[in-house]
Design a protein around this ligand. Structure first.
Ligand code: MG
Length: 291
């Protein structure tokens, strides 16, 4: 099933997205329950949800599936071989001394406040950064929490998947050895709009692409991940208890702006579109705004 979080008449709702007729069937629940977005249906049997009459998708305002995650979004760095190489050679990789391809997953995070919806603007603030880049990523949605989760059990903890653009200020990422500031700038985490349940896609073999102003920049398959999803879950949950609603962005493939010579940073008016087969598409415009 495909879920979306949206607003209708100023109230937040959650619904089931029907691709065939571009509609959404709202789930019967109070707007208070729906505040956390798709998080409100985690742990519930989808078959038990009461669905209301379908309404056209274009009559609602989409939110991110998790408009404000309960805590930081976990992210994996340098998790596709070709991207690890392009980034290590870019001169902005403060982890480059550890080798081009990491020996263990690089885990960092983005603050929840930087999450925005499909169609929202990503702000380029030239007083802070002049090197803003896109990163198309498949994101895991944790449905069942746990600690010290074994790789063989890891997929039992996955509720589903969504799309994340791990927007990055490369200059800030390079300046500080910890990546959080460069990754957590306001508006730097476009997410969604669709969250699919785990049965909808084969995450070991899923294609994704990223287009900037219609030009294909990234094209990859999740089978090229260096550390697969069970390994990522086992790594993070070793001593850190995962909770339902945790989001894990699994890393971006080659083709980011920093991989070009000269780099192709995002500029005012650029539109970044990420497509992941079986999930959908996430599109955001980048807009310059001085603070
Ligand atoms: Mg990333």
């Amino acid at each position: 099933m495909k879920f979306v979080t949206f607003r209708l008449g100023g109230e937040r709702r959650i619904g089931v997205y029907e691709a065939a007729d571009q509609s959404v069937r709202p789930i019967s629940m109070s707007s208070a329950e729906a505040t956390v977005g798709v998080g409100a249906v985690l742990g519930r049997d989808p078959a038990s949800l009461e669905l209301l009459s379908a309404i056209p998708l274009d009559s609602v305002v989409l939110d991110a599936p998790f408009p404000r995650p309960s805590r930081n979004i976990f992210c994996v760095g340098k998790n596709y071989r070709e991207h690890a190489r392009e980034f290590s050679r870019s001169g902005f990789d403060s982890s480059a001394t550890m080798g081009e391809v990491p020996k263990a997953p690089i885990i960092f995070s983005k603050v929840p406040e930087c999450v925005i919806a499909d169609g929202d603007d990503v702000i380029i603030d030239p007083s802070v950064s002049d090197a803003i880049d896109y990163e198309a990523e498949l994101a895991v949605i944790i449905g069942k929490g746990g600690r010290n989760i074994k790789t063989e059990d890891a997929m039992d903890h996955v509720w589903g998947y969504t799309i994340v653009n791990d927007v990055t200020a490369r200059d800030l990422q390079g300046r500080y050895s910890q990546w959080l500031i460069g990754k957590s700038q306001d508006t730097f985490c476009p997410m969604g709009p669709i969250a699919v349940t785990a049965d909808e896609i084969d995450v070991a073999n899923t294609k994704m692409r990223c287009l900037v102003n219609g030009e294909i920049r990234q094209q990859a398959n999740t089978q090229d991940l260096i550390f697969d999803i069970p390994t990522i879950i086992a790594t993070i949950s070793a001593g850190v208890t995962l909770v339902p609603g945790d989001i894990i962005a699994t890393g971006t493939p080659a083709g980011v702006g920093i991989g070009f010579k000269p780099p192709k940073y995002l500029r005012d008016g650029d539109v970044v579109r990420i497509e992941i087969d079986g999930i959908g598409a996430l599109e955001n415009r980048f807009v310059e705004r001085r603070s």
